[in-house]
Design a binder for this molecule. Structure first.
Ligand SMILES: *[C@@H]1O[C@H](CO)[C@@H](O)[C@H](O)[C@H]1NC(C)=O
Ligand SMILES: *[C@@H]1O[C@H](CO)[C@@H](O)[C@H](O)[C@H]1NC(C)=O
Ligand SMILES: *[C@@H]1O[C@H](CO)[C@@H](O)[C@H](O)[C@H]1NC(C)=O
Ligand SMILES: *[C@@H]1O[C@H](CO)[C@@H](O)[C@H](O)[C@H]1NC(C)=O
Ligand SMILES: *[C@@H]1O[C@H](CO)[C@@H](O)[C@H](O)[C@H]1NC(C)=O
Ligand SMILES: *[C@@H]1O[C@H](CO)[C@@H](O)[C@H](O)[C@H]1NC(C)=O
Ligand SMILES: *[C@@H]1O[C@H](CO)[C@@H](O)[C@H](O)[C@H]1NC(C)=O
Ligand SMILES: *[C@@H]1O[C@H](CO)[C@@H](O)[C@H](O)[C@H]1NC(C)=O
Ligand SMILES: *[C@@H]1O[C@H](CO)[C@@H](O)[C@H](O)[C@H]1NC(C)=O
Ligand SMILES: *[C@@H]1O[C@H](CO)[C@@H](O)[C@H](O)[C@H]1NC(C)=O
Ligand SMILES: *[C@@H]1O[C@H](CO)[C@@H](O)[C@H](O)[C@H]1NC(C)=O
Ligand SMILES: *[C@@H]1O[C@H](CO)[C@@H](O)[C@H](O)[C@H]1NC(C)=O
Length: 795
């Protein structure tokens, strides 16, 4: 808008005068008011962290969901410990309507007060006319809310009961990290621990009520509703509270440590939770032993509940763990080795949280990795090892956790494991693969450095010291240092407080090592040089050795005239190792000789390191491509194959764009390798040990994708099986490679409309696990018409 000069100047002067006058008035008013007010009220609730002077001690919580109406109401009485005279109390709420707020003392005398919401911090603020004296006070709040605002907080879920084809409802909770405040007013930070007595009022259509503790009593109210009261819990964080109201059935097993373990699910699928039930009972007993603290010190029961709509894989509510259906329901007649692995892993992860997370909790979300890193570490190395040792779970740790995270952590965009979380809005972002994958990997490295027994003793001390409380990363390091005499913090800060990781170069001729940050893009420059304290494990013959490498370069006295030196035994460390080309040649020769001492984890790590070093321009691609020739005799474990396949997929996708000659060569090589192995494995068999069952579908997809039909029956046979299954779903494809066959079938160029539609209609009615496989297959086809239709159907 054009300005009119004269008017502007006049108006400007007038405005300036007005401002001066106003300012004088305001200053006068302010001075006056601050003199006349008795005590200015500091607006402490503007701090988005809760105060430490008002702590919850116990909650009596009653909730009443009205499932058909999609609403709930409730009331809570919180016993507070006020440690300093105060006239302000604030706690969290979100999307709750508060109908009454009351504060009273131990003799029941009410305090006169005002209460209001401060939405920016999700607070309910109560100010009292007269200050509260230090000591015990009670805060009672009545509230109501909605069950239909999403699938976190307290929400309504539903499922279709297959036999009757009717829709059934349940109400359930998911509170981590900041959603308890959507269900009831609470001090919703992990270190504000308190005990809970939960009461649920529910309709007989959902007769089964579950919460963290066992049922204390039930009665029928005059209204005909059921009132279920649960026993008082131990001290715990708000985000672990849970209540579920459903019509679910259950299976149960008394674990050998006398904990009653139950699985809950809709009646039509309850029998398919038996696998998870058995795993849970095994794992619980193993963890009791490892941690030296019996689970039943806290709760006499453990429930595992299948929730139809669930935002995460599973949630470790203490005593009542909730799962997405695919992670707990397994039909033994259609389950693949992959499905079994997934369920065994998730159960072992969640149960580890009963200690790491529930019994001892991180003080604040910036140390979330203590919960999640430990749960992953325990799941693979101890939980699954106790429950399903024949899976060889630690080897799968390499591909599932370590290697995939190392790819992310080799970018400039990475971040340290411990990130300062100032504002609560940043909490959800902390649940990423650096927290889970790198967190668990550096713990595995530390355990290897300190020794498994020392490490375990340290962990036991940590649990005794911080039981029912909170701890920070440094508290754990301090306990482990005391146990071992090692300055653990100095070593581990280099892994937890800086992003990225090093590549260690070993020069056998000069007997030296050097380190620098590993970045997968050779054009990236490190913003600042970082060094790590790298525990370097290696073997001479079969004797393990270890040294800590802290500086930029170091001479090492590895005495190996006769032995081939391979650093980072079993891929225990979170770093890569590079060698001179002649040393790599020796390694490749060793891999090809069948009597080498390289373990399966060594082999997987050599493959991944060499490909990633080549990607970063630190090694010629001829080395990894020559190394993988040895895979033609890798028949017993899927992990080296899996390492190779993900790297090959990346190389293939890059070449596809740039160089068709090279693409053809790579295709010929992978086809040869895949087919050679597939033939030896008997491609359509289901027998053999567990890792072999995992290996078959992996190699099958590789071979079928790249195969030359004239020399390889893979694709032809897969198409045949696929078409038989399309004709009649009882022509079952053996479960281990059901997904592989359907995906190969859907990827054929001649796929017809009828075939696509049959797969779609089976997807619609499939059980949760089969649904995942069919969903992937639907996305695997190449015809754009079908892909567009799929997207339209999804929307
Ligand atoms: C308000 O804050 C000021 C400065 O932080 C402090 O000196 C004063 O004691 C506080 N008053 C109350 C009532 O807490
Ligand atoms: C409360 O205490 C914790 C230490 O336990 C501290 O980190 C936090 O900053 C304190 N909160 C406030 C608001 O002072
Ligand atoms: C909770 O309820 C129990 C018994 O029902 C009672 O003894 C206790 O005082 C109550 N505590 C609070 C904080 O209301
Ligand atoms: C209240 O807190 C103080 C310290 O803040 C503590 O000494 C006392 O034991 C607590 N009382 C209760 C009942 O938890
Ligand atoms: C406190 O207030 C509640 C609710 O308004 C009332 O039922 C109760 O009688 C009051 N207690 C006393 C001691 O006045
Ligand atoms: C909460 O209050 C709002 C505004 O009064 C109302 O529209 C809403 O229905 C209430 N929700 C519940 C669950 O009571
Ligand atoms: C589950 O197993 C029980 C006992 O083996 C059997 O009675 C029941 O019919 C089965 N339920 C379903 C839905 O198959
Ligand atoms: C190196 O190994 C040789 C033969 O195994 C042995 O004789 C020699 O003492 C070793 N040297 C060191 C420094 O350990
Ligand atoms: C292992 O293989 C190497 C070379 O292939 C051979 O020299 C050596 O004797 C073999 N060792 C054993 C124990 O078979
Ligand atoms: C494509 O790859 C072949 C070897 O596979 C190589 O000889 C040729 O130079 C490559 N072409 C380009 C443009 O990089
Ligand atoms: C496996 O496939 C081969 C070749 O396609 C076929 O001859 C054989 O009967 C199949 N075996 C089984 C167990 O299906
Ligand atoms: C994709 O599928 C549609 C429907 O069957 C068919 O008409 C079309 O020719 C196919 N396109 C290609 C590229 O095969």
């Amino acid at each position: 808008m054009p300005r009119r000069k004269t008017v502007v100047i006049v108006l400007g002067i007038a405005a300036a005068l007005l401002i001066i006058v106003a300012a004088v008035v305001v200053v006068l008013l302010l001075t006056k008011s601050s003199k006349s007010d008795v005590a200015p009220q500091n607006e402490t609730w503007k701090n988005y962290r809760l105060s430490n002077t008002t702590l919850p001690v116990h909650y009596n919580l009653t909730v009443h969901p009205e499932i058909p109406n999609g609403v709930f109401s409730g009331h809570v009485t919180i016993e507070l410990n006020v440690s300093e005279k105060t006239s302000v109390i604030y706690l969290h709420i979100k999307w709750l309507n508060i109908t009454s707020t009351r504060i009273f003392d131990q003799s029941g005398n009410n305090v006169s007060l005002k209460a209001f919401a401060f939405e920016p911090n999700e607070y309910w603020v109560v100010t009292t006319d007269a200050p509260l004296v230090p000591g015990t006070h009670f805060l009672a709040i009545e509230f109501s809310g909605s069950l239909t605002t999403g699938i976190v907080g307290f929400y309504r879920s539903s499922y279709i009961d297959k036999p009757t084809k009717t829709k059934r409802f349940l109400a359930t909770t998911k509170f981590e990290p900041t959603f308890a405040r959507r269900a009831f007013p609470c001090f919703d930070e992990p270190n504000k621990k308190a005990s809970y007595q939960v009461t649920v009022i529910h309709d007989s259509a959902q007769p089964t009520a579950l919460s963290n503790s066992p049922v204390l009593s039930t009665k029928i109210l005059p209204s005909g509703l059921i009132e279920t009261v649960f026993a008082r819990t131990v001290r715990m964080s708000t985000y672990l509270v849970c209540f579920i109201i459903s019509d679910f059935d259950h299976l149960e097993q008394m674990a050998s440590n006398n904990v009653l373990v139950r699985t809950y699910a809709p009646a039509d699928r309850i029998n398919n939770t038996r696998f998870a039930l058995n795993r849970a009972a095994d794992v619980l007993v193993a963890y009791d032993e490892y941690f030296g603290i019996p689970y039943n010190h806290s709760f006499p029961k453990l429930d595992l509940v299948a929730i139809p709509d669930f935002v995460s894989g599973a949630m470790e509510n203490w005593g009542v763990v909730t799962f997405r259906e695919t992670n707990i329901i397994l039909d033994p007649t259609t389950a693949s080795a992959q499905n079994e692995f997934q369920i065994a892993k998730i159960v072992a992860h969640e149960l580890a949280h009963m200690w790491f997370g529930d019994y001892v909790t991180m003080d604040w979300w910036s140390d979330l990795w203590l919960n999640e890193g430990f749960a992953n570490f325990m799941a693979y190395l101890y939980g699954m090892e106790a429950s399903v040792p024949h899976y060889n779970p630690e080897s799968s740790f390499l591909t599932d956790q370590l290697q995939s995270t190392m790819v992310l952590d080799a970018r400039l965009s990475t971040h340290p494991i411990i990130v300062p979380i100032a504002h609560p809005d940043d909490i959800n972002a902390a649940f990423d693969s650096i927290t889970y994958g790198k967190g668990s990997s550096v713990l595995r490295m530390l355990e290897n450095y300190l020794g498994a027994n020392n490490f375990k003793e340290g962990i036991r001390t940590y649990f005794r010291k911080y039981q029912y409380g909170n701890a920070r990363t440094d508290d754990l390091w301090a306990v482990l240092s005391e146990q071992t005499g090692v300055h653990v913090k100095e070593v581990m800060d280099t892994w937890t407080k800086q992003g990225g990781y090093p590549v260690v170069f070993y020069d056998a001729a000069s007997s030296s090592v050097r380190q620098k940050q590993f970045l997968s893009n050779s054009n990236d420059n490190v913003p600042a040089e970082q060094l790590w304290n790298v525990p370097i494990a290696y073997k001479i013959g079969s004797t393990p050795n270890m040294f800590l490498f802290k500086s930029k370069t170091q001479n090492v006295s590895i005495n190996s005239t006769a032995n081939l030196v391979k650093l980072n035994s079993d891929g225990k460390g979170f770093y890569r190792v590079n060698y001179k080309d002649d040393h790599w040649a020796l390694i490749i020769t060793a891999l090809k000789s069948t009597n080498n001492t390289l373990t399966v984890m060594d082999r997987a790590q050599l493959i991944d390191d060499s490909f990633q070093l080549a990607l970063a321009n630190q090694l010629n691609y001829s080395i990894p491509l020559s190394m993988i020739d040895y895979l033609s005799s890798e028949l017993s474990n899927s992990v080296p194959w899996s390492s190779a396949i993900s790297n090959l997929a990346y190389v293939a996708s890059m070449l596809q764009t740039y160089n068709t000659t090279a693409t053809d060569k790579l295709r010929a090589k992978t086809s040869y390798l895949g087919s050679a192995v597939l033939e030896k494995l008997v491609w359509n068999a289901t027998s053999g040990d567990f890792q072999r069952r995992l290996l078959r579908p992996l190699v099958m997809r590789l071979a079928c994708r790249t195969a030359d039909d004239s020399i390889n029956p893979c694709r032809k046979s897969a198409y045949y099986m696929f078409s038989e299954w399309l004709k009649d779903s009882t022509n079952a494809i053996p479960s281990d490679y059901f997904e592989a066959v359907v995906r190969i079938g859907m990827a054929q160029t001649s796929l017809t409309d009828d075939q696509w539609s049959t797969v779609w209609s089976r997807y619609i009615v499939a059980g949760p696990v089969e649904k995942l496989a069919l969903g992937r297959a639907l996305a695997d086809c190449y015809n754009q018409t079908f892909l567009q239709r799929l997207v339209a159907y999804i929307l």
